[in-house]
Design a protein around this ligand. Sequence first.
Ligand code: SF4
Length: 338
Amino acid sequence: MAEQRKKVLLAAPRGYCAGVDRAVIAVEKALELHGAPVYVRKEIVHNKFVVETLAARGAIFVSDTDEVPEGARIVFSAHGVSPAVVAAAAARSLLTIDATCPLVTKVHKEATRFAAEDYDILLIGHHGHEEVEGTHGEAPDHIQVVNSPDDVDQVTVRDPEKLIWISQTTLSVDETMETVRRLRERFPSLQDPPSDDICYATQNRQVAVKKLAPDCDVVITVGSANSSNSVRLVEVALDAGARASYRVDTAGEVDPTWFDGAHTVGVTSGASVPEILVRDVLELLAGLGFDDVEEVRTATEDLMFSLPKELRADLKAAGTPVESPRRGPRPELTLDPI
Ligand code: SF4
C-alpha cells in the first residue's frame, strides 16, 4: 500500500492584522523621524520577536509612564490605555503617539457612551489583559469584568433591566457566546453591543483554523504566550477536532516528536505574528517530510488603518509623505530578523 503523503494545511487569513501593522509601523516611523530612544508603554503588540526587533532599533519598552523622562516621546500600544494613563502622561509632559487599534477605541467609545447613560456594563474579557484594563478604566464605576462562563454566577448588577455586555476584541467567539448565553439566563433583558466587539481579524483567524483542524493530526499556532488571540487559536483548533494543538513563539520551540505518526499538520499564526516566523516553521516541517503545503483560505482581508494622528502631523511637519500602513496580511516581512 502506498504511503500517505505528508501534508501541511496553511490557514489563511493568518498573522498580521491591520491594527498590529499600524502599531508596529508607528514605532518604526517614530524612530526614523525622531531617532532613538522612543519609549513604548507595554509591548506594542504581544509578540516577543517584534518587541525584541524594535528594542534593537532603539525602542525602550516600559511598564508605565513614570519610567519615562519628562517631556520624552511615548507610544501607547495597540491594546489601548485608560484615561488615567493619558492623564499621567500629560502630567509628565510626555509627547504621546497613540497606536491604540481603532477597533479597541470603538469598544472604549461604547463603554463611555453606555456609562454616560448609566448602564451597568459587563465586559467579557480576561482579568489583567492590557486591553481589558484600558477599557475598564473608561468607566470603572459602571464596568465589571466577566472572565469566563464560570464567572457568570458571581455577577451582581444594580438594575437587570439596564444592562449591556461588551467584550475584549481577541476572545474565542464560541466561548464568548456561551458566556453571553449564561448571562442572559440570569438577566433576560441583557442588551447586545451595537456591533461585534470581537474584531474581524480574531474572527477570521478562528474560522480558518476551524476549517482545517478536523483534517489535522496536529495544529501549530505561531504566537506568543501573552497573545490572547494566538492562545485562543490553540483552543479553537482542539475544539474543532485537531488531535493535538500547540503554540510556539518560533520554530525553535517545535518538538519533532509531536509529528510521530502524523500525516497532516495545520499551521496558523496570531494577529501579531510576522510571516517570517511562519516560514521558519514551514521550513522545519519540510525538513521532517511535510513539504506539500496547501493553503486553506476562508476570507480575504484588505482593511487598513491610517497612522496615528500625532505621527501624521509629525510626518507632515517634517515634509515626509504621510503613507498609510502597508496592507493587512502581507507575505513579505514586516521586520527584518535581528
Ligand atoms: Fe485591532 Fe483586532 Fe488586530 Fe487587536 S487583533 S489590533 S483589535 S485588528
